[in-house]
Design a protein. Structure first.
Length: 266
């Protein structure tokens, strides 16, 4: 962990599992004061317990990305308690495993509510406090499929692509307020995201994607993210060889569409 994060106050969503959990532990080991948020109270308690005795500290703050009705009050309470927020890492979200023609509109709205509106609501609530304190760093989690369309992820891909437009605008509008902005772009990481991905019926997919099993560990993903944050990277790529798809899509689009088109229905 870089010394520049020691003593910093870092708010992390999606903190009860996966990449979010790995980031919480990495920042606490490095001496940061971490606010760990998720809608999973038991998971947050477990993560906080596993961080006991480390150099930094962690407090659990329950927050559901699908319900942002009290977000301004929550953010003000956290700032009052901690004094400031130096870094906001929007890690939480949900994925999808359903063909577009079978996905009802209510499910598109649900995924967009969690991945996009939940993320920007917390960002909007924290931003004024950061500006008043003289600046800060805000990150949002996209995906490689937030850079292109991909089968069985129509709503997920759309929600992640929307984040790029929002956070790039945030960077441009508030650069003079010393607000640094990063978009995290994971490829394959060994998390439970495919297990909890929503099917067309709105139920959990319940299966680990084959490609995901061979992805980087969450600890490795956290290392890549922290390195990118320390270097103030606007885009932080996370993963391994699958990230080549970004370059194939950009420079060899016909090849990309041939590869993506070969993905079989689930």
């Amino acid at each position: 962990m870089k010394d520049i994060f020691t003593g910093k106050v870092v708010w992390i969503t999606g903190a009860s599992s996966g990449i979010g959990e790995a980031l919480v532990k990495a920042f606490v080991r490095g001496g940061s004061r971490v606010i760990a948020s998720s809608n999973d109270s038991a998971g947050l308690a477990r993560v906080a317990g596993e961080c006991s005795g480390l150099q930094g500290s962690v407090i659990a703050v329950l927050f559901d990305l699908s319900d942002t009705s009290g977000i301004d009050v929550l953010a003000a309470d956290v700032v009052h308690r901690e004094g400031r927020i130096d870094m906001l890492l929007n890690i939480g979200g949900i994925s999808q495993r359903a063909m577009l023609k079978e996905t009802p509109l209510w499910l598109d709205r649900k995924i967009m509510e969690i991945n996009y509106f939940g993320t920007i609501a917390l960002t909007k609530a924290v931003l004024p406090h950061m500006i008043s304190a003289g600046g800060g760093h805000i990150a949002a989690t996209s995906s490689i499929s937030g850079r292109f369309g991909f089968p069985y992820r129509s709503a997920y891909s759309a929600s992640k692509q929307a984040l790029h437009g929002f956070f790039e605008t945030l960077l441009l509008e508030h650069r003079n307020d010393n607000i640094r902005v990063s978009v995290i772009i994971p490829g394959r990481v060994q998390t439970a995201i495919s297990l909890h991905a929503l099917t067309a019926a709105g139920k959990e997919h319940g299966r680990m994607d084959e490609g995901q099993k061979g992805g980087v560990t969450t600890e490795r993903a956290a290392e890549q993210i922290i390195r990118g944050l320390s270097r103030n990277r606007r885009e932080i790529l996370v993963g391994s060889t699958e990230l080549l798809m970004l370059w194939i899509r950009k420079y060899l689009p016909p090849l990309f569409f041939r590869i993506a088109g070969k993905i079989k229905p689930m």
